[in-house]
Write a protein that binds this ligand. Structure first.
Ligand code: B12
Ligand code: SF4
Ligand code: SF4
Length: 333
């Protein structure tokens, strides 16, 4: 009997319906939504708005012709909870979900002869480039260029339907499309100022650039900067009592949880309070929203991490509910 090698090949996950040459934006959109994406935008690698991004994108995947920006919505109620472990959990689950959907899409595209790679939603990133730009694809820029929304005053992309509460990833594929997205005509941010008002370290400003160091020092306390601060405290402390003066058991527990499980996001309030977009609106009256969401976060009793003598410290000190913790270690750039 003549053995037919073809018969031993596993069947493709999904039989091809179109050939790569015919891959249209409409077919690709349908495929992505069926795989579980809540929305997608398509960007061509050659457009001038990507001039500062292109080298990194091509370093990540040299055959990139099209970038698919993939959106998964977050559950806004989880993001708005005062119990911040609930919002951290929502972030982590959405990070997993967007990665799974991205891989499903790529597998289906592979069956059509299309190849590609995925830039993670956030971590892991390329720590070999630390403390420089450790990500290769900026999902916010891809989302804006793909027509999925604009960045608001909070520097987050605001989707017309899901508001700020979205998680994104980017797929880099080797096939061109017939049609690409373009930036929306209007931003949904009406500059209401709620994000600015709730930010404990004043990172969001009306007429000045976003202060990413202020945000990172506080919101990412249980990330690298806080970890280095912990090492510094350990090395300089003669005994456990001295260490506990600098790093309380509560802070050690938070760091332990981040290392054992996944990073504890300390903040994200600018996302929680943003009312823009259909799903992100006040869900009732503005007065109730301020009472139930904004004020509890703004007045939440918590430790706030700042570098000494910065605008962030000045701002944090204006709120009596916040216990100011000056971070000793800062990232050397
Ligand atoms: C770096 C980064 C951060 C940094 C810097 C934030 C920033 N505005 O750039 C820090 C650690 C502060 C941060 C915080 C948060 N982030 Co973040 N972050 C990223 C990351 C990895 C790249 C962002 C990026 O493209 N920046 C470049 C341009 C587009 O941003 P920009 O605002 O125009 O410009 C600023 C930066 O470039 C910064 N900058 C300049 N030089 C350098 C150099 C370095 C080394 C760094 C770090 C920054 C920096 O200064 C500019 C002025 O504002 C993306 C994941 C990804 N791969 O895209 C997630 C991402 C942007 N983050 C996200 C989120 C949700 C958050 C947090 C809410 C997390 C939290 N729970 O605390 C906060 C919100 C902060 C805020 N209001 O922007 C989401 C945004 C979702 C959305 N709706 O837009 C993303 C897309 C992750 C994801 N896949 O969902 N983040
Ligand atoms: S909270 Fe208001 S000012 Fe801030 S990004 Fe949202 S709409 Fe814009
Ligand atoms: S995550 Fe927190 S610290 Fe960072 S900009 Fe938003 S509100 Fe401010």
């Amino acid at each position: 009997m003549v053995r037919n090698d073809e018969s031993h090949r596993p069947p493709p996950d999904n039989p091809p319906t179109v050939s790569p040459k015919q891959l249209t934006a409409a077919d690709l959109r349908q495929l992505c939504l069926e795989a579980g994406a809540d929305d997608v935008g398509f960007v061509d690698i050659g457009r001038p708005a990507l001039d500062h991004e292109r080298n990194d994108i091509l370093a990540a995947y040299p055959r990139t012709r099209t970038i698919i920006c993939l959106v998964i919505r977050l559950n806004p109620e989880n993001m708005r909870s005062q119990a911040r472990h609930i919002s951290s959990d929502e972030f982590h689950h959405a990070t997993g979900a967007v990665a799974t959907v991205g891989r499903t899409i790529l597998r289906r595209l592979n069956a059509l002869g299309v190849r590609g790679a995925i830039e993670p939603a956030d971590f892991p990133m390329d720590m070999g480039r630390f403390p420089g730009k450790i990500w290769y694809v900026s999902h916010k820029i891809m989302a804006v260029e793909g027509g999925l929304g604009h960045m608001g005053l909070n520097r987050l992309v605001i989707h017309p339907q899901f508001g700020s509460c979205i998680r994104m990833t980017s797929l880099l594929i080797d096939t061109p499309l017939d049609v690409y997205g373009s930036p929306l005509e209007q931003s949904l941010c009406d500059r209401c100022g709620l994000c600015l008002s709730v930010c404990p370290v004043g990172a969001i400003k009306r007429n000045a650039p976003f202060d990413f160091m202020a945000c990172m020092t506080h919101a990412y306390r249980d990330n690298f900067a806080g970890f280095m601060d912990m090492l510094d405290s350990l090395l300089r402390s003669p005994d456990m009592d001295a260490f506990r003066q600098r790093f309380s058991d509560r802070e050690t527990a938070s760091m332990w949880q981040s290392l054992m499980y996944k990073m504890n996001y300390r903040c994200g309030y600018c996302m929680a309070v943003c009312p823009a977009g259909q799903a992100g609106n006040f869900c009732g009256s503005k007065k109730e929203f301020l009472q139930e969401v904004l004020l509890p976060l703004k007045n939440r009793k918590e430790q706030v991490y700042v570098m000494a003598d910065t605008d962030a410290e000045k701002r944090a000190r204006t709120n009596p509910n916040k216990e100011i913790r000056r971070i000793v270690f800062s990232i050397r750039r």
